[in-house]
Structures are given as C-alpha cells and as structure tokens.
Design a protein around this ligand. Sequence first.
Ligand code: FES
Length: 271
Amino acid sequence: MIAASFALSIAAGLALGVVYWTGGQPQLEGLFLAIALGGIGTGMVAFAKAYLPEGIVAEPRGRVASTDEEVAAFTADFEQGRAPVRRRAVLVRLLLGAFAALGAALFFPIRSLGPRPGRGLFRTAFAGGVRLVTDDGHPIRPADVPVGGVLTVWPEGAVGAADAPTLLIRVEEPALFDSEVLAGGTVGGLVAYSKLCTHVGCPVGLYQETEHLLLCPCHQSTFDVLRAAQPVFGPATRRLPQLPIAVGPDGFLVAAGDYREPVGPGFWDRP
Ligand code: FES
C-alpha cells in the first residue's frame, strides 16, 4: 500500500505536468494535485504505522556504544540485504520520486508569467516623425481639432496598440499652459497626453473643457491639463505622461519623440 501510494503520487505529479504543459485544465490540474499530495500523505502515514513502534516505549538509560557483537550482527544484516532493509530503501526512493514529480510541477507556474517584458513597458510605438492618426487611420492637421475639442489619436501603423492611446486636446490659447507643458512639446494650443490612467490604467475619457480637467471614470482621478496633467483629485499619484508633438513637413501632426516616461500604472521596476 505504501509503494502504491507513492507510485500513484508520482503518476499524478507527472500527469499534472503534462496537463499544464499541453494548455492546462483547472479541474484536472486540481484533481492531479490532490492525488499527488494525498498519495504522499497516505504513504507516509502507512509507512509510519508499518514501521514505527506503537505505544509508549521506555528504554532504561544504558550504554550508548554498540558491542562488537552488535556491530558484527548489524553489518551482516546490512550486507546480506535483509528484506526489511531492502523494502525500506525502495519505499524511500519512491517517496523521493513522489516529491520530485510534484516539485517539478511546482516550477511550471514560472512559465505562466510569460515572456520577459524587457524595455517594452518603457516604450511605445511613438517616435520622432511618426504621424498621429485617428481611430480609422487618418492623419490629423492641427486645424482638425477645434478649441475645447479632444481626440483620441494613435501612432501611424499601430492603431489600437494597448500602450499608445493618446488624447489630443486643444485649449483656447497656448499662454494658458505652464512652462512645463510648453517644454514638453505642444503645437499652439494643442497638447497630447497618454490616455492611460496612472492609477490602474483605465482610459481617461472625460474632459471638462471649462476647467481644463481630465477625469478618469473608474475612480475619479482628475488631472490638470494646463499643469502637465498633474493629478489634483483621486487615487492617482502620478501625472499623465505628455507626448511631445510637432507639425510635419506635410502639415500633419507628428510625434516629436516617444513618451519620456512610462505610460499607465506603476510597475515593479519603474524608476
Ligand atoms: S484607474 Fe483611473 S482613477 Fe483608478
């Protein structure tokens, strides 16, 4: 029974690995994990019942060293490989095998973390000279955005990219912007900010024209468009990154570079 329990645990551990590797199935994985752990537990309990002494055992304190006869008897037993010793060795190997099979399966979730992001979280498809386009891919001239208007734009060739939605906003006149916004790259009264909320990444979709405030509908974080999109209310603590913009030689709006800071919510190695 002990051997069967450990063998069953090994088989279940391997099966768990196979199911995970071939795409995963939560119910089956749970079943195999239960069998793997249950097999180890059942085997260890049965092992203890079979081989450990039962009841209270008292031994008078006596000498510690073995006599020559005892050493000789043990050596003879060991070298002859008596049945109990052989059986236990097999069982211990099976137990180690069960732990190994289950232990290997425990490494699999590392694969579920997916590929390393590398510098991907610090870059978007925007770069110097890349045209800003609408949802349907049309380039934009500065005059296309009226005063008080707000437009979602993308880098040309990457419409729909998860990290690239950008809000293009026109205010009445550029003098309203503070120096930080102007240094960040504006075109007249046009400014562009990432649309991804720096709290947990919802799209910042509401613009209060009279107050020049952007509002995130998820948890009401509010950003000041005239003050470099600094948060003025709500749980967000970082400003919306500003995209530097310019006018290209053909009169269409282009990015003057990528965002200078990562867009969206914080992550583990963000400076
Ligand atoms: S995601 Fe914008 S406030 Fe929470």
